[in-house]
Design a protein around this ligand. Structure first.
Ligand SMILES: Nc1ncnc2c1ncn2[C@@H]1O[C@H](COP(=O)(O)OP(=O)(O)OP(=O)(O)O)[C@@H](O)[C@H]1O
Ligand SMILES: [Mg+2]
Length: 361
């Protein structure tokens, strides 16, 4: 397998007055596992369908291996798609389902047979070649759908929530299988999901989308540890996000922000008077003073949620915001509802970020 780079430039798609995709730019390298991650309705499927050729862009450009594909119909693009619903032919055997696409390619009978066998081996379904889809579990059907897509040897495989219908345990197993399959094929995978854990586990890089736009593109570690916006931080894992007003900023990169009647110091760059978002992960908040203080916020415990290894203490602030403070259960002590507490945090544990493209649009 060679090739398979995909470039998307200033891509737009509107349906009447619904702007589904509002100008996205992505540069995906050949052989990359790239995910589009975002909530329902953010434009993931629309983007994928434009790359596949099932949907015509309103404006913008798509290049595959440097070639503008605007005038290339879907079935002539070096691309194949795996959908969430496996769309197998129920009356055909597993082997015939996989062989189906090859009918339209110039492949002899013997070659087709060995290609089908090879594809089924890759997804560990060789034993089931003679069965009908109705005699397979959901996970097995999805493996067959995958075999059917890779047997054609596309340079780019598009996957639209392919594991969405499966239970959590099977999803985990298939995530690992898919990733290793992708690596051994060296094929470019563009993977659509709204599950952040799935995207973080499998991707070389991912784009976090919101409202038809890309908020950030990066490696899983980059988007998780250094989110560009409060939206990304919030979407990628449990984070506390508070609206704050900047009251003062210094040359040294320290900023004072107001939350209700409390003032905190944190790292960041913003002008005095700016409305920003303060992002802090629950595990970085403390209910006792810390050596390097940033100030403390007064609040009232609303409840405690035991989660096995950790315990969440929910604290309501005077602003009405609720903070989650996550502590190891063996150190969590006892905090009854109604107890007044001070929430502490080290300055370097907080991120001051702009709200995000969607909110500021
Ligand atoms: N054919 C269509 N006609 C009109 N509006 C559409 C059409 N297809 C999609 N949309 C709208 O475009 C927006 C983006 O839809 P899209 O299917 O790309 O979202 P998504 O990110 O794939 O969501 P999900 O996670 O729910 O699958 C939505 O607001 C949707 O209602
Ligand atoms: Mg979709």
């Amino acid at each position: 397998m060679s090739g398979g780079s995909v470039q998307v430039m200033n891509l737009h798609k509107s349906y009447g007055d619904v702007a589904a995709v509002r100008g996205i730019d992505v540069d995906i390298a050949a052989g990359e596992f790239f995910s589009l991650l975002g909530p329902s309705g953010c434009g993931k499927t629309t983007t994928l369908r434009m790359i596949a050729g099932f949907e015509t862009p309103t404006s913008g450009e798509i290049r595959i291996d440097g070639v503008d594909v605007a005038r290339i119909p879907a079935n002539d693009r070096p691309v194949n798609t795996v959908f969430q619903n496996y769309a197998l032919f129920p009356f055909m055997s597993v082997a015939d389902n996989v062989a189906f696409g090859l009918r339209y390619q110039n492949v002899g009978k013997a070659e087709a047979k060995s290609k089908v066998a090879e594809a089924l081996e890759m997804v560990r379904m060789g034993k089931y070649a003679k069965r009908k889809p109705g005699q397979l579990s959901g996970g097995q059907q999805q493996r067959v759908a995958l075999a059917r897509a890779i047997v054609l040897g596309p340079s780019v495989l598009l996957l639209d929530e392919p594991l969405g219908a499966l239970d959590a345990k099977l999803r985990k197993t298939l995530q690992i299988e898919l990733k290793s399959l992708q690596e051994s094929l060296g094929m470019t995978f563009i993977y659509v999901t709204h599950d952040q854990e799935e995207a973080l586990t499998m991707s070389d890089r991912l784009a976090v989308m919101a409202g038809g736009l890309i908020e950030q593109i990066g490696t899983p570690a980059q988007v998780y540890d250094a989110p560009a916006t409060a939206y990304v931080a919030d979407f990628l894992g449990s984070a506390n996000v508070l609206s704050v007003e900047v009251v003062a900023s210094s040359e040294s990169g320290m900023v004072s922000v107001r939350i209700g009647s409390d003032v905190l110091r944190c790292r960041g760059h913003a002008e005095a008077g700016a409305d920003m978002h303060l992002v802090v992960r629950p595990e970085r908040l403390l209910l006792e003073p810390t050596a390097e203080e940033s100030g403390a916020i007064d609040g009232t415990v609303t409840r405690t949620v035991y989660q096995g290894a950790t315990t969440d203490v929910l604290v309501r602030l005077s602003t009405g915001d609720e903070l989650v403070v996550r502590r190891p259960s063996e150190h969590s002590g006892h905090h009854a509802a109604g107890e007044k507490v001070k929430v502490h945090c080290r300055p370097d544990a907080m991120l001051l970020l702009p709200p995000g493209a969607m909110e500021s649009a």
